[in-house]
Ligand binder design. Sequence first.
Ligand code: FES
Length: 108
Amino acid sequence: MPKPKKHVFVCTQQRPPGHPRGSCRQHGCAAVYEELLWQLRQRNLFNSVQVTATGSMGPCSEGPSVLVYPEGVMYAKVQKANVAEIFDRHLVGGSPIESLKVSPELWG
Ligand code: FES
């Protein structure tokens, strides 16, 4: 398997209802994860982009959280509708999307 140029981690953490930290699952991460995989297949980018589901990465209140390496860019409140733009502009185009970045207080 070739080393990916971009590695996308999407938090799929679930916590019990009422948990003080909440979770990305409560914020709809499942749809985001499915869309990342669908876009990856549609674009046939398996040799350059890898998508991995993870547990919590920290900024739980701002989920769903998506982290892209090698840049270490953390996106917050990602919705299914944002995924195509993440592919177009960042994963293929090479330019992180400033408006989707988590606040520096939570990841900086
Ligand atoms: S639950 Fe997703 S970042 Fe913490």
